[in-house]
Design a binder for this molecule. Structure first.
Ligand code: 13P
Length: 255
């Protein structure tokens, strides 16, 4: 974990109405009252963002969107711009999630434009990368990640790369209950950090937080967080229940 401030982020995906989101936040606020030194982020669906923003005001929880469009405005039916996310109270935005890549055609080139657009509005991108099971079995994990990072960050200045959070989410571990082992995750995280150091310099390599995602739960968070290059988690299913998510956020007391 090093000196980097840990981040625990919940990606709600396409779950929760506004009412359900508000109930969740009210419960969470109570359950995390004593937590220090952990950056807590929730990523509700677009429709719940302003309601959640109101509920987290003055507290430690930060708000993320799950995606964005790269243009500032225009004739893009159904899309949401970076400024609209700021307007809704977001400080972070998830970019390049494997579900966006798989079902909605987000390529590395599109992801790169989205990262650039987010940074231009001072939104912190949570840049997701990860290999599929076939790619892992064909021993292509590192080449896939290298390509995702080099193309995704292609036009991003090293000074801006510093501001990004990276989330390593092996596709085979998402929603499957099959977490990467601490060793498997650490091996990839150290590869990612080395990549950042080689391409963007030592400072960037030291500063950037690298989160692990894929079947994270209260039972496995402490082991993952003990690894040298794992700086937090991007949590899906286990982030939907306040009491469960709060146990993950409280991981320092589990260590
Ligand atoms: P699960 O935690 O449900 O495996 O989902 C991980 C994920 O995709 C978070 O973005």
């Amino acid at each position: 974990m090093g000196d980097r401030r840990p981040v625990i982020a919940g990606n709600w995906k396409m779950y929760k109405t506004g009412k359900e989101a508000v109930e969740f936040i009210d419960d969470l606020n109570e359950l995390i009252a004593g937590v220090m030194d952990v950056e807590i982020v929730v990523a509700p669906p677009f429709t719940a963002l302003p309601l959640v923003a109101k509920r987290i005001k003055g507290g430690p929880v930060r708000l993320a969107a799950q995606d964005l469009h790269w243009e500032p405005e225009g004739a893009y039916t159904g899309e949401i711009s970076p400024k609209m996310l700021l307007d809704a109270g977001c400080s972070h935005v998830i970019v390049g999630h494997s579900e966006r890549r798989e079902y909605f055609g987000d390529t590395n080139a599109i992801v790169s434009r989205k990262i650039k657009a987010a940074l231009a509005e001072n939104l912190i991108p949570v840049f997701c990368i990860g290999e599929s099971l076939e790619e892992r079995e064909a021993e292509k994990t590192f080449s896939v990640l290298d390509k995702q990072m080099s193309e995704g960050l292609e036009t991003i200045d090293s000074n801006d790369v510093k501001k990004i959070i990276i989330a390593y989410e092996p596709v085979w571990a998402i929603g499957t209950g099959r977490t990467a082992s601490n060793e498997q995750a650490q091996e990839v995280h150290s590869f990612i950090r080395r990549y950042l150091t080689d391409r963007h310099g030592e400072e960037v390599g030291n500063i950037v937080r690298i989160l692990y995602g894929g079947s994270v739960k209260p039972e496995n968070i402490a082991g993952l967080m003990a690894a040298a290059d794992i700086d937090g988690a991007l949590v899906g299913g286990a982030s939907l229940t306040a009491s469960v998510f709060a146990r993950i956020v409280n991981f320092p007391y589990l260590l």
